[in-house]
Design a protein around this ligand. Structure first.
Ligand code: NOJ
Ligand code: CA
Length: 583
């Protein structure tokens, strides 16, 4: 690898010995000590606070169980706000805690204006908001817009008779003459997307489980009821929403069949392209109305989107033509890649960076629906899952834009998948076993310390088993270890808060390199260089004689070493340093 015209020379090394020593096979130097206290976010009180922020996703069921019933809860989150603050997260996105039969662990909401007793009370949310405020940590809720629970009073009314005033809150259709469903649309959670109601003898539509009937957003009364619910929490001091499953809010009214492809999904249903029941143009009109009629009435409030897109061109639609839709449509595309390579990432990130409406980027590498990133890809010889956690953390936290960080990723938590179908909690895992094992593995309890149940609670059996590595992989142990994944994350987040270059531009350098993803952040007259070796082989970044740049200060390093004339990066090596032009 060569840095092309952006050459640099060594002028400052924190350890002189490194200058002369050959690069060791595994160079673990952490050149910048972790911050003792996280520096404050300079933009915390501004309306565009979210641009300099890190959003931390908390799955309440799994974070901390304050009343020792085996299930995490809101008071558990409040008790750990000091930790969230010390990590440098500026906002929590709390996944659904509303009253729910828990068919999809909260993504089946039975009342949008309340809290499920197993998670706490509305007063607990108020307290989380208030306690967060004193620490500069805002709260975002999860707004499940596509569907409700089948136990929601709206659906109970709707299914009671064809003439009930709530009938049109949902999508009902007659059977075909032979009694079969209205068309071939499949649920992505298995089977037909239509379920017959035996009383009224019509089918209702559900993109997810039958217990999650789709709302009919073409009905203005649905819009009014849902907008009122959104506003209810904003008035309580919530800072906005992560919008669930926005792609599927609308479906074609002519019920055109989807095209079927060879093969079957994990549930044995023929593969199909959901072209007629997702990503309809009306989604954008509706999201723009939500932004204008609800969110923009409250300064500083934001919409984050669960926006699964195949590339940046598709993503751009979710910003809206005048940036009037979602402030942060998450670019989730990187989560679904079979592997992470420098050329591919360079091209995808550049696509987001150059989006045609100038939308603010938001990247995520993990969430509660995807394998944990540390255990997602093969580990190269000599490296470990920690090294995957560090290189992906470095990527997420040094890109421009707003990262969304899933709880436990900062510890390098790995998937703990069920070994037997009897142990599976997530229904898609029961239905799809063994092809689809469900999402339990990435939802295990947060690992706080080495005590029983990793400090998740006071000893009651947690709803999912704690991962076996908790005795060493936990907040307490990693806080004390300067080389831990946690301290690597803290260093990088502190850098985002304090270094002017990290508030500036992003530019790929050495764009032909196939091993190392190299880019610069520049702002306030400063430049930070990031080198990420995503390859299974070591890489060297030579420093040539015609030097034009010098390394001022290495800032975060793992498995990489600056020695005379080159930066040596082991597989999964990370080198982040401030550089400056030589006058
Ligand atoms: C996306 C959520 O992240 C997932 O957990 C849920 O099962 C579906 N939407 C349905 O709400
Ligand atoms: Ca509990």
């Amino acid at each position: 690898m060569s840095l092309g015209r952006s050459l640099f020379r060594v002028t400052l090394l924190s350890a002189a010995a490194m200058l002369f020593a050959p690069a060791p096979a595994s160079a673990q130097a952490m050149l910048q000590p972790p911050p003792k206290a996280m520096p404050a976010n300079p933009t915390v009180d501004q309306n565009d606070w979210w641009k300099r922020s890190v959003i931390y996703e908390v799955y309440p069921r799994s974070f901390a169980d304050s009343n020792n019933d085996g299930i995490g809860d809101i008071q558990g989150i409040t008790r750990h706000l000091d930790y969230i603050q010390s990590l440098g997260a500026d906002a929590i996105w709390m996944t659904p805690m509303f009253p729910s039969p828990q068919a999809d662990f909260g993504y089946d909401v039975a009342d949008y204006d309340n809290v499920d007793p197993q998670f706490g009370t509305v007063a607990d949310v108020d307290q989380l908001v208030a306690q967060g405020k004193t620490r500069g940590v805002k709260l975002l809720l999860d707004f499940v817009v596509n569907h409700t629970s089948d136990q929601h009073p709206w659906f109970q009314q709707s299914k009671s008779s064809r003439t009930n005033p709530y009938r049109d809150f949902y999508v009902w259709h007659d059977p075909k003459p032979d009694g079969s469903p209205p068309n071939n649309w499949a649920s992505i959670f298995g089977g037909s997307a239509w379920t017959l109601d035996p009383v009224t003898k019509q089918y209702y539509y559900h993109f997810f489980y039958p217990q999650q009937p789709d709302l009919n957003w073409r009905n203005p009364k649905v819009e009014k009821a849902m907008f009122d619910a959104a506003e209810w929490w904003l008035k309580r001091g919530v800072y906005g929403y992560r919008l669930d499953a926005v792609d599927t809010m609308f479906e074609r009214t002519d019920l055109k069949d989807n095209k079927v492809y060879p093969g079957v999904d994990a549930f044995g249903v023929p593969n199909q392209d959901h072209v007629n029941n997702s990503k309809q143009p009306e989604v954008h009109t509706e999201l723009q109305r939500l932004r204008q009629m609800v969110i923009d009435k409250y300064p500083g409030r934001i919409l984050v989107g669960e926006t699964w897109t195949s590339d940046a061109q598709e993503l751009v639609q979710y910003y809206g033509p005048r940036n009037n839709e979602l402030q942060l449509p998450m670019f989730l595309n990187l989560i679904s890649l079979p592997g992470l390579t420098a050329p591919d990432l360079r091209q995808r990130i550049t696509g987001v960076e150059t989006n045609s409406v100038g939308g603010w980027p938001s990247f995520a590498l993990s969430n509660h629906d995807s394998r944990r990133v540390a255990s997602r890809y093969p580990v190269p010889a000599g490296a470990s899952t920690d090294d995957w956690a560090k290189i992906t953390g470095a990527l997420l936290l040094t890109l421009r834009g707003t990262p969304v960080l899933y709880y436990g990723e900062e510890l390098g938590m790995v998937n703990n998948d069920p070994q037997r179908i009897e142990d599976v909690q997530d229904v898609i895992g029961k239905k799809g076993w063994p092809k689809e094992k469900g999402r339990d593995g990435e939802r295990t309890p947060m690992q706080w310390d080495a005590s029983a149940n990793a400090g998740f609670n006071a000893g009651a059996k947690p709803w999912l088993p704690v991962a076996p590595d908790y005795k060493t992989r936990n907040v307490a142990a990693e806080s004390a270890d300067p080389h831990s994944v946690l301290n690597f994350y803290r260093t990088l987040i502190a850098l985002r808060r304090t270094h002017p270059a990290m508030a500036g531009d992003w530019k790929a350098v050495d764009t032909d390199d196939r091993q190392v993803l190299a880019y610069q952040r520049s702002g306030g007259g400063k430049t930070v260089l990031v080198l990420l070796n995503l390859d299974a082989k070591p890489a060297d970044v030579p420093i040539e004689k015609t030097q034009t740049m010098e390394v001022l200060q290495p800032l975060a390093v793992n498995r990489a070493l600056l020695i005379s004339g080159r930066v040596h990066l082991d597989p999964l090596g990370v080198y982040v340093a401030e550089i400056t032009p030589i006058p």
